[in-house]
Design a protein around this ligand. Structure first.
Ligand code: SF4
Length: 64
C-alpha cells in the first residue's frame, strides 16, 4: 500500500505528523514530506490513524 497525498487539500497542519512521525514530516517551510511512501506493515496502524485524523481528508492509500 502506498500513501497518496492530495496536495490541493493539504494545509500542512501536522496532524498526520503527530499520528505517524515515522511516515510524515513537516519541514521548516511547512511543506509536508512522506517518508515511507510504501507503508511497512508495522506502521500501518499509525498511518491509518493519520489518514483518519487528517482534517482535510488529504490522505489516502493506493493498492500499488
Ligand atoms: S493531516 Fe492532512 S492536512 Fe494536515 S499535514 Fe497531514 S495531510 Fe496535510
Amino acid at each position: 500500500m502506498k500513501i497518496v497525498v492530495d496536495w490541493d487539500r493539504c494545509e500542512a497542519n501536522g496532524v498526520c505528523v503527530r499520528a505517524a512521525p515515522e511516515s510524515f514530516h513537516l519541514d521548516d517551510k511547512d511543506q509536508l514530506h512522506v517518508l515511507t511512501e510504501t507503508v511497512p506493515p508495522e506502521l500501518r496502524a499509525k498511518v491509518d490513524k493519520a489518514i483518519l485524523g487528517c482534517p482535510k481528508q488529504a490522505l489516502s492509500l493506493s493498492e500499488d
